[in-house]
Design a protein around this ligand. Structure first.
Ligand SMILES: C[S@@+](CC[C@H](N)C(=O)[O-])C[C@H]1O[C@@H](n2cnc3c(N)ncnc32)[C@H](O)[C@@H]1O
Length: 220
């Protein structure tokens, strides 16, 4: 098992990636668990998590490490947040915003096991509604599949991110504009980020793991 970025491990023989399980014995979405010495690793499945897909596609950097604070927009039932929870560890924190009550009900079960996940039932379009619950963070992660998601991400960055910190954005082409080709959509979202002063460090198309999706890493 080789550590390819802080807290992210590659099994060279299978090509699978893993995080070290913060809650040994517990699966989150049916992923496999393997024990090596006294540590347990959880497979990070790229067809289930866009960040895992971006890593598999060779994303240049994953700006996550122990103790970091993350604002996660669109946590759903917690698949990707659970791996970020493994990486940032007990001293880190993931403020997790989700507006679907049904998703949040499932997510709350995970938050009981993982104390670094903080659930926030709110609309990411209105960051002022959760302003009092959140401190400044190191990373804003946005995966909400909305036509205006880049604007929403920027609004949250303006509020909770210092300049020089990181933004990670999962782009679902069809949610943004069905009339444009995915490549045109990715290009226009990248230009939008740049026009707001974001330095785009890398981006990857996520096929074959996620069709017509891209993942963008930038510095705010
Ligand atoms: C593609 S799923 C996220 C999957 C998750 N990020 C993962 O990788 O495990 C998108 C989620 O964003 C949520 N969402 C969409 N618009 C939102 C908004 N304006 N505010 C908060 N959550 C939103 C949806 O309810 C859905 O659960």
């Amino acid at each position: 098992m080789k550590e390819i970025s802080y807290g992210i491990f590659l099994d060279k023989s299978s090509g699978k990636i893993f995080t070290k399980n913060l809650v040994p014995g517990q699966r989150v979405y049916g992923e496999s668990l393997i024990k090596i010495g006294k540590d347990e690793y959880r497979e990070w499945v790229p067809i289930r998590s866009k960040l895992a897909a971006a890593i598999k596609k060779g994303l240049k950097q994953v700006p996550l490490s122990k103790g970091m604070k993350v604002l996660y927009l669109g946590s759903a039932t917690g698949t990707t947040p659970s791996h970020i929870s493994d990486i940032v560890g007990e001293t880190g924190i993931i403020y997790s915003v989700e507006f679907s009550e049904r998703m949040m009900r499932e997510f709350l079960k995970l938050c009981k096991q993982r104390k670094n996940l903080i659930p926030i039932l709110a609309d990411a379009r209105k960051p002022s509604s959760y302003e009092d619950l959140i401190e400044k963070v190191d990373v804003v992660y946005c995966d909400i599949a909305q036509p205006d998601e880049t604007e929403i991400a920027i609004r949250n960055c303006n509020m909770f991110l210092d300049h020089g910190e990181y933004i990670m954005l999962a782009v679902k082409s069809r949610s943004i504009d069905v009339t444009k080709s995915p490549d045109e959509v990715y290009k226009s979202e990248i230009e939008k980020l740049k026009s707001h002063g974001v330095k785009v460090m890398d981006w990857k198309k996520l096929d074959p793991y996620e069709k017509d999706h891209a993942f963008i890493l930038g510095r705010f």
